[in-house]
Design a protein. Structure first.
Length: 137
């Protein structure tokens, strides 16, 4: 699998924390579930989701803090200096990384292998999305 050599750098706003995502994400798409909304205060969450071993923190692990949501099986992992979220976890302990963060850390370009393939939990959406991606409940 040539995909396994793909590497995508991420870092927080202040640069204290940096990491590398490796390989191909398990999932890439726009999530419309209530949990993402509740954890991150976004109308929907444009994500790439990775296995724990696909994310290596290369710098600033000691600066990372985690916020355990009070009733969801989700955590938000953020830089304690600038507050930027690096990723969140879900009930499967996946590393859920915002497409926006990766794009920002790659000079504004999101690699083809990370582009959203679908919308999911679309039945829970706040509003309709007019694009050509498949939409799943
Ligand atoms: Zn920071
Ligand atoms: Zn979600």
């Amino acid at each position: 699998m040539s995909h396994s050599n793909n590497q995508y750098p991420i870092h927080c706003e202040c640069g204290s924390v940096a990491g590398i995502l490796s390989g191909s994400p398990r999932v890439r798409g726009h999530c419309h579930c209530e949990d993402c909304r509740d954890l991150l205060n976004v109308p929907f969450h444009s994500v790439t989701a990775w296995n724990p071993d696909q994310l290596t923190i290369t710098q600033g692990e000691d600066v990372l803090k985690e916020y355990q949501h009070p009733h969801l099986d989700m955590k938000r992992i953020y830089c304690s200096r600038c507050g930027e979220t690096l990723y969140n976890t879900n009930a499967m302990d996946w590393r859920v990384v915002s497409q926006h963060l990766i794009k920002k850390c790659s000079g504004g370009e999101l690699a083809d292998g990370l582009q959203a393939e679908s919308h999911f939990f679309y039945d829970r959406r706040l509003f309709d999305i007019d694009d050509d991606l498949p939409k799943y409940d």
